[in-house]
Write a protein that binds this ligand. Structure first.
Ligand SMILES: Nc1ncnc2c1ncn2[C@@H]1O[C@H](COP(=O)(O)OP(=O)(O)OP(=O)(O)O)[C@@H](O)[C@H]1O
Length: 697
């Protein structure tokens, strides 16, 4: 039976067509089951460079371009374009099978032929060549063929390679781009994610090549599957996964596994696919979790795009960790009384005064959370032996004993007054789960793992029995925006040998990503597993505009400029809901909403649940986590606001915590900036934030 392949670019084009044309495209291709060349009315091209390219009439104006193999019956939809453009597009191109990866590749031969002589003219006068240190054998081993090799040898600068992305065969371009980014041939090969060929690929067999290219072409077997692909044409992540994303989402692991990667590399996408895959395997309930309600709501929405089978959806629970621990707690003890921040401070203050102890309430609250609760310390001896890595203020034995006395009294008071915090609820819920032989879940999947506290990790560990595919973790320590730090091993989650890293950013342009990464250069950031994480190799394949940075004298001037910028974006055709505004404080985010509304641009605060969807959103940088927008303005990035002094422990109080707090503030700005897909505007009034040093000319 004929198979129909739908190319990623075809689906993108399809999403942009008017509804009536989309219906017509669907109508034409739902008949493909009975396809013969004649049945699909595939027309040959008059001036074809490759006579396997055909076109098909959609209506009077639109034509589709289809790749029809000489043998086999897999037809691949490549493009939908207005009539003349479709023919011109198809006539310029040739299809081939990559000799190293076995994947299908399309190239624009006319563009390569037109560009090469021009490049060679520059090559003659250049002092260095882009790939002069790379051997031909390495290029060939990565699938670079004769024509692309000749092209690569003429390149003198990476910008020429970037400009060639649209016309070189995709896998070969990726290999060259990886080498140009400083990767070794072995790293590039790993990133291509192709299986090594046991015997040479048949480079004439297009149908087999299409089957080997699921990251670019999805095969459908009938009209129902076709409709399923066409259901959400912009959510390409549902259908086309990078080979590493695919492997990790569908693998079987003997124990906990994890995926890391920079912003926008598709970690959440992998987490969603993995939840779907594990639920489909039917071994038991899947928990898909994260650390805030905003994030779990967006996971839920993603899951509903991915899965429409009630049986699968029934097997996946999406909850944030505190919500779940609260539920386990409440089932046994009823509703807890939660200790508020203000009351907590008062209790610490009172005890300190009574015992005349030389500690501030901020220091005590952190010591309690990051040492006592994190390591499950229950008595003085354990506290004296507890590790205090990451706490800057060294304490002698006498001071530790005194500190323990304060903490003990604090805990006693909580017990007496039956007060609970999110952490103590979580610890109690863990105890309750530990008592149970039957665990509530068979698989636990954690997104944004970098921000979970050790007590939350222990709770999740206790919610699932140890075994294959028990836990799956997605996260990026460069995006840690709360102060929890954890060593996974110490909370019973051993991912050694089961960790993968994603490097290709699908969200942000290369310009925005490179600029944002610049803010983190030189920062030593842990990997939650005893080592350091790296940003080396993170890159985007999409180019656009550099971020715009603007300083103003006053907040009023800054907000007026914001309203003008948002107006400009609107005039460019950007929908209001595709615009996000991030600020360090709620107050500034709310002021932005007011100024935009006054300027006639509907906007609302992300802090307020509900409300209209088709408006500009403004919120704190924390709330931006996990979201993305076409255009983002990060405002108020001034020297007194970012870092926020109230969030940074003074260095005289604790030098290590001070450094960590500064790093967290830096990461927070990084998170806000990397929410932008196409445009980023960063502004301040007064002097700029020290984090922008080096970015402002
Ligand atoms: N294989 C893919 N094909 C197309 N788009 C993809 C793919 N994978 C991810 N994306 C898109 O890239 C963007 C970022 O994906 P995602 O949110 O999963 O990344 P992330 O690594 O979790 O990001 P962050 O850490 O910044 O929150 C989303 O718009 C997603 O749809």
């Amino acid at each position: 039976m004929a198979k129909l392949g739908i190319d990623k670019d075809f689906l993108k084009d399809f999403g942009k067509l008017e509804r009536s044309v989309q219906d017509r495209v669907t109508e034409v291709f739902t008949k493909f089951e009975h396809a013969t060349h004649a049945g699909l009315h595939l027309e040959k091209l008059r001036n074809a460079r490759d006579d396997r390219f055909r076109t098909i009439r959609i209506d009077l104006f639109w034509r589709g371009v289809v790749l029809a193999p000489d043998s086999g019956d897999t037809f691949t939809l490549l493009k939908v374009l207005p009539h003349d453009e479709a023919i011109a597009w198809a006539e310029r191109r040739r299809a081939s099978v990559n000799a190293a990866t076995g994947r299908i590749e399309i190239r624009d031969v006319a563009a390569i032929d037109a560009t090469l002589p021009e490049l060679r003219r520059h090559t003659g006068t250049a002092t260095t060549l882009l790939f002069e240190d790379v051997r031909d054998a390495d290029l060939t081993g990565l699938g670079v063929d004769e024509q692309t090799l000749a092209f690569a040898r003429a390149l003198t600068h990476v910008s020429q390679l970037e400009a060639a992305q649209a016309f070189l065969p995709h896998n070969q371009w990726q290999a060259l781009y990886g080498l140009a980014a400083g990767f070794t041939p072995e790293q590039v090969w790993a990133e291509l994610g192709a299986a090594p060929a046991r015997e040479p690929y048949d480079t004439e067999d297009l149908s087999a090549a299409v089957e080997r290219t699921p990251e670019q072409v999805v095969l459908v077997d009938g009209p129902r599957e076709l409709m399923e692909v066409f259901r959400h044409p912009f959510a390409l992540w549902r259908i086309y996964l990078h080979p590493t994303q695919y492997q990790v989402a569908n693998a079987t692991f003997s124990g906990p596994a994890r995926i890391t990667g920079g912003p926008g590399t598709g970690k959440t996408v992998v987490a969603l696919h993995r939840a779907h895959h594990l639920a489909g395997s039917g071994a038991g309930q899947v928990l898909l979790t994260t650390f805030t309600s905003t994030l779990s709501t967006s996971l839920e929405a993603g899951l509903r795009l991915l899965a429409d089978s009630p049986a699968i959806l029934d097997r996946i629970e999406v909850r944030h960790v505190d919500q779940l621990s609260y539920q386990v707690f409440a089932e046994r003890h009823g509703r807890p009384a939660i200790l508020r921040d203000k009351e907590e401070k008062e209790i610490w203050r009172r005890i300190v005064k009574r015992l005349d102890a030389p500690f501030t309430e901020t220091f005590l609250a952190e010591e309690w959370r990051h040492v006592v609760l994190a390591q499950r310390v229950t008595n003085a001896a354990e506290y004296l032996a507890a590790k205090r890595e990451g706490r800057g203020r060294g304490l002698g034995t006498r001071q530790r004993a005194q500190l323990w006395q304060v903490i003990w009294e604090f805990e006693e008071e909580l017990k007496r007054r039956r007060y609970w915090t999110h952490e103590t609820i979580c610890a109690e819920a863990t105890r309750l789960l530990d008592e149970r032989a039957d665990k509530p879940y068979r698989h636990v999947i954690v997104d944004e793992a970098q921000d979970l506290h050790p007590v939350q990790w222990r709770f999740l560990r206790a919610a699932v029995a140890q075994g294959p595919d028990d836990m799956f973790i997605a996260g990026d320590t460069h995006q840690r925006i709360y102060s929890s730090r954890v060593s996974l091993r110490e909370v019973g989650v051993n991912v050694a040998g089961r960790s993968s890293r994603l490097t290709v950013n699908y969200r942000t342009t290369a310009e925005i990503l490179a600029w944002s990464l610049g803010m983190l250069r030189g920062e030593a950031i842990d990997d939650m597993d005893g080592g350091l994480d790296t940003v080396a190799g993170y890159r985007s394949q999409v180019h656009g505009f550099p971020p715009e940075l603007h300083g103003f004298r006053t907040q009023k001037e800054e907000l007026d400029a914001l309203a003008r910028k948002v107006g400009e974006w609107r005039d460019m055709g950007v929908a209001p809901e595709e615009i996000g505004i991030a600020a360090r404080s709620n107050v500034l985010a709310d002021s932005a909403v007011t100024v935009l509304n006054q300027a006639g641009i509907p906007a609302r605060s992300l802090a307020k649940a509900g409300g209209p969807e088709d408006v500009v959103r403004a919120g704190t940088m924390h709330r931006m986590k996990g979201l993305e927008f076409r255009c983002v303005a990060v405002i108020g990035v001034g020297e007194h606001a970012v870092p926020s002094s109230s969030a940074v422990t003074p260095s005289e109080e604790d030098a290590v915590t001070h450094t960590q707090d500064l790093q967290r503030e830096r990461c927070l700005l990084f998170v806000a900036c990397t929410r932008a897909r196409e445009r980023l505007h960063v502004s301040w009034h007064g002097n700029p934030s020290p984090f922008l040093d080096g970015s402002i000319e």
